[in-house]
Design a protein around this ligand. Structure first.
Ligand code: BG6
Ligand code: MG
Length: 215
């Protein structure tokens, strides 16, 4: 039985993964870099600045920008992303999520958010579900991002549950790897390609049987 639930945010709780893609594509086009959905898979779960570095390498422009330029580019991408976020409402919570967090609340199972996004607290608030989460990891406090296990170990620590007694929900390959390295049962939410390293793969969180998870 799970004693704690750890959630990625983008692509698991809300479909903001598509907004990240649109915002990165807009920025990349402005600096003459093209990329497709397949390359975008490698950005999922990856921090803002590391995503930018990967895009620059992809476009063979890694040496074209100073540190300050890169900070500005990352800020510009975030401004595009924030514009897109203006549209989100509680209706954008992905199917199955509310059922899981409501069941967890009834059973006193603490939930935490383990997202690389610095926008996570604002998004969770906008979705009206902040009260369901005992903790949101601040990615700025981490030494390493996903696929390192640090973020999920931190999330488990914040809810005071040993990692092996937690279940994690992820849509990114890097996130599944992070969970597995942390010794946490990983449920992969498939958007495009499969997530073979996950312990269980679902296409939607509506497929999760809470009787099995909580009992
Ligand atoms: C992750 C997304 O959740 O957060 C990545 O999967 C994103 O695509 C990362 O780059 C950082 O997000 P933000 O909101 O801090 O730019
Ligand atoms: Mg995600």
């Amino acid at each position: 039985m799970a004693k704690g639930l750890l959630f990625d945010l983008d692509g698991v709780i809300v479909d903001t993964a598509g907004y990240h893609y649109i915002a990165w594509k807009k920025l990349a086009n402005e600096i003459g870099i093209q990329f497709d959905e397949e390359f975008n898979q490698s950005l999922k779960g990856i921090s803002r600045i590391e995503s930018l570095e990967r895009i620059l390498v992809h476009g063979n422009k890694q040496d074209s920008f100073t540190h300050e330029d890169k900070q500005k580019l990352a800020e510009t991408k975030n401004s595009y992303y924030l514009e897109l976020l203006n549209n989100i409402t509680p209706n954008d919570i992905l199917p199955g999520v509310l059922h899981i967090i409501e069941c967890a609340k009834k059973e006193n199972i603490p939930c935490a958010i383990a997202s690389a996004s610095q926008n996570a607290p604002a998004i969770v608030k906008k979705l009206g579900i902040a009260d369901y989460f005992k903790a949101i990891v601040d990615p700025k406090t981490l030494k390493k991002g996903k696929p390192d296990p640090e973020i999920f170990l931190k999330a488990a620590e914040l809810i005071h549950v040993p990692p092996h007694m937690c279940i994690g929900f992820e849509d990114a390959i890097a996130g599944i790897q992070s969970l597995k390295k942390a010794g946490i049962y990983a449920i992969g939410v498939i958007a495009e390609g499969p997530l073979p390293e996950a312990d269980l793969q679902v296409h939607s969180l509506t497929e999760i049987d809470m009787n099995i998870i909580l009992k």
